[in-house]
Design a binder for this molecule. Structure first.
Ligand code: NCD
Length: 307
């Protein structure tokens, strides 16, 4: 029997996933809709540790819900301030301690490479819930699952990814993940927040069709999916630069009047002012459905890694 996600023991980068592994995971996630309703005890006796060293609403609560629905339990600290990290403890010592208490660790950290490092030293599976500006693989897995469920297919789509492509991590994992599919990617951002070169090079190596734009205007009519993200204020080295870019892109009902009627609008959330609340009522808006798909995908991940 293969353990993990077809042999994958950790979820550190979505680049580690093949299309087969993603599709297998989605088949498992489909089955979780019933399990979510009924509850299950497949992970009874298992403990998940959530180590969140940056703020979170969805990712932590989503993993917690997923674990409870599968009959498992969750431990964790509420904040860095409430843990020994505030006393100066390093990541190595936190991980080598916490692995004694649990069967898997979900880690969110402000540094790139943190999740990879943790996975190399831990003797339990490590799931990356956000590593600096680098990656957020489970978010991308749920984003692509949402596309599949809401559009019916991923192949053949034109996907625009708009916002802070420089400091955002969900946009990078999403781009890497989409490289397993036959999609065209349109990257839309203010000039100073363009997708980093190394990500573009990765996509080109995967023979992806990638185009870059500063505004949505030229492509809004032809895209099937619009994925919007906020400016990552906390990662800007210069507050003045953030103020300059604030409000530089925005989706409202007028923007969407030009879109295909069945174009879907996704957002990892939290939202600031880049998507007008008026948009919530349109059939395009799917960003409050993403969290539900997210629980199903995370249930599938936890079951695969822990049972
Ligand atoms: C994202 C993150 O933490 O990168 N949040 C999330 O997990 N849905 C997006 C963001 O903070 O903008």
């Amino acid at each position: 029997m293969t353990s993990g996600i077809l042999g994958l023991k950790d979820v550190v980068s979505i680049k580690d996933f093949s299309r087969r592994q993603i599709e297998w995971l989605y088949e498992e996630a489909e089955k979780m809709e019933n399990v979510f309703r009924r509850g299950s005890d497949v992970l009874r006796g298992k403990i998940l540790a959530t180590l969140f060293m940056e703020p979170s609403t969805r990712t932590r609560l989503s993993f917690t819900t997923a674990m409870y629905k599968l009959g498992g339990q969750v431990i964790g600290f509420e904040s860095v301030e409430a843990s020994s990290i505030a006393k100066g403890e390093n990541l190595n010592d936190t991980v080598k301690t916490v692995e004694n208490y649990c069967d898997a660790i979900v880690l969110r950290h402000w540094l790139e490479g943190a999740a990879r490092f943790a996975s190399e030293i831990a003797n339990v599976p490590v799931i990356n819930a956000g590593s600096g500006t680098e990656e957020h693989p489970t978010q991308a897995l749920l984003d692509i699952f949402t596309i599949k469920r809401e559009v019916g297919t991923v192949d053949g789509l034109k996907v625009a990814i708009m916002g802070d492509l420089k400091y955002g991590r969900t946009v990078k994992s999403l781009s890497y993940g989409l490289a397993n599919f036959d999609v065209e990617i349109y990257l839309v951002s203010p000039e100073s927040l363009r997708m980093p070169e190394d990500v573009i090079r990765y996509l080109e190596k995967k023979k992806m069709h990638v185009e870059e734009y500063n505004t949505l205007d030229e492509i809004i009519r032809k895209i099937d999916v619009l994925y919007v993200t906020r400016l990552q204020k906390e990662r800007f080295p210069d507050a003045a630069e953030y103020e300059k870019l604030r409000g530089s892109y925005k989706v409202d009902v007028k923007t969407l009047s030009e879109a295909k009627p069945n174009m879907i609008l996704l957002h990892p959330l939290p939202r600031l002012d880049e998507v007008d609340p008026e948009v919530d009522k349109t059939p395009h808006a799917k960003y409050f459905k993403q969290p539900f798909y997210g629980v199903l995908v995370r249930m599938a991940i936890l079951k695969a890694l822990l049972s």
